[in-house]
Design a protein around this ligand. Sequence first.
Ligand SMILES: *Cc1c(COP(=O)(O)O)cnc(C)c1O
Ligand SMILES: [Zn+2]
Length: 446
Amino acid sequence: MQQGKPPKTWFQCIECRARYPINSIIYRCKACRSLLEVQHDMQELRRRDASEWKKLFQQRYKSTQWPYGSGVWGKKEWVLPDIDDANIVSLYEGDTNLFWAERLGKQIGLDDLWVKLCGNSHSGSFKDLGMTVLVSMVRQMIAEGAPLQAVACASTGDTSAALAVYCAAAGIPAIVLLPRGKISTAQLAQPLANGALVLSLDTDFDGCMRVVQEITEDETIYLANSMNSLRIEGQKTVGIEIVQQFDWHVPDVIVIPGGNLGNVSALGSGLTMMKDLGLIDRLPRIVVAQAQRANPLYRAYLKNFEVVEPMQAETTLASAIQIGNPVSMAKAIRTLRQFDGMVLDATERELADAAALGDRTGMYNDPHTGVALAVLIKLVQAKKIARTDRVVVISTANGLKFTDFKVGYHEGKLGFEGVHRNRPIELAPNVAAVKTALQKVLEARR
Ligand SMILES: *Cc1c(COP(=O)(O)O)cnc(C)c1O
Ligand SMILES: [Zn+2]
């Protein structure tokens, strides 16, 4: 922190508004145990007007000016201004491509469907956005003399991969707690490759989360889960980036898959900040998509958020959102109220077929993007989303991390017959056999 100057950011309790310094080791309010959020000195940020902010962000966009070419650090003043550039641990995350999914849109009844490919990122998921911020802050605290020995998280696979990558880049020890047998092969390989201490526990994510919260009560081990609101500050850039990529025009609807629910609040927080600072004058609707087997937010939504209960999550292909007791439930509800939000869920078959349908139009979807697409299809069919609406689906991870899911689908081993199943034709290595096979296929197409 710059000595002597007033801080530009601080942690603030979402309930009682108590404040704590941004470099303190704290995850919940000491007074009332509620979640914290990072607050910014908005007066300070208003010293630049909206057009100046746009110009600054545009200048930095994808530049090589370290660290401002990063999609996250290009917005440093809005994310974590109280950090020395020298402590930033960046792998040039963010600024992922947003593309017009024209063919898929036509097939499902939308003229203006866009997909934000957040999985085209360093560790293959959008968790990189928040992890760069958290690990940078850890490096800063260590530089200031904080007695931190390691950073730890519970994970459904992507948080641990991101934590392991950023800690390896910074030379800080990482500890990851994973539910045994409940993540993909790639997701287990990632933290191992990056040298993290990998603890595989015979429980689910919620069980790992309980353990890591106790372990990190020892202040020398820092908690990297999204309960730590530093992560949210990085994740919130995704919404800002989408608007920037549309030349500062706001889409009508943004669909995001939700598990622990930090990200829906992050999405809302970035957009709210843009509106507060005059860069946009309206907000999109936000849709949270959940797997039916882990849908506590959907259940609460059906009851107008008057009854909010954790559940026992069941095994789902959408393993990164297999969470029954989301830490950020309260923040997500607040965001949905503010953004005229909708919540819907998808069955295993729906999510797998929707992912595969997208693949047939040139995507390579992970199961979570499948959940988002399945929910979108249902909302269009129900006319809750209009054909002409500009819709953005946030694709949260790279399909290459979920080879088990893809192979299972096309081999028909997921317990149902996928509509878009495709199998290799095994043939003798000769021209006649190949010609016969081609003829059959081409005739079938006619
Ligand atoms: C983490 C994650 C999500 C959900 O984000 P939450 O903040 O936990 O709701 C969705 N998709 C993927 C691939 C993820 O890794
Ligand atoms: Zn409080």
